[in-house]
Design a protein around this ligand. Sequence first.
Ligand code: ZN
Length: 144
Amino acid sequence: MVYTHTRTHAPTHPRTHAPTHPRTHAHARARAHTYTHTYIHTYIQREWTQSTKGRTTQEFFPEVAERLKMKINLTQNFTTMVTGHGKTKSYLHRFKITEAPTCPHGKRDQTTDQLLFECNLLNKERDILKLSVIKDKRLANQQT
Ligand SMILES: [Zn+2]
């Protein structure tokens, strides 16, 4: 009888009759934690999507949560590529550190996009990268 009495006093959803409030302090804490976590994630993602800063990096990593799952060795070259700021000829030329902005292996200005898509010195690395992307895509398709 005592059990029934306490149950009738616990707030429940009018239709599903599921408890609408946490029954224990630990439960309340866990729920508050999940809520706060989700709220912060949503807030950061919105800031990242709407900001005018770091747009090159956003092209590489549009989803904050996905980026956080990745284990990345943050080298100076990696950062240059995903930010567009670093020791490329065109970047250094802008600050009058190098005489010419052009890539020594081509006719165009050396930028991060030029290095990724064009520079002849990186043909082999580009082919390896392309193959690994294709392989990842095939694996992803098999899993879905
Ligand atoms: Zn080059």
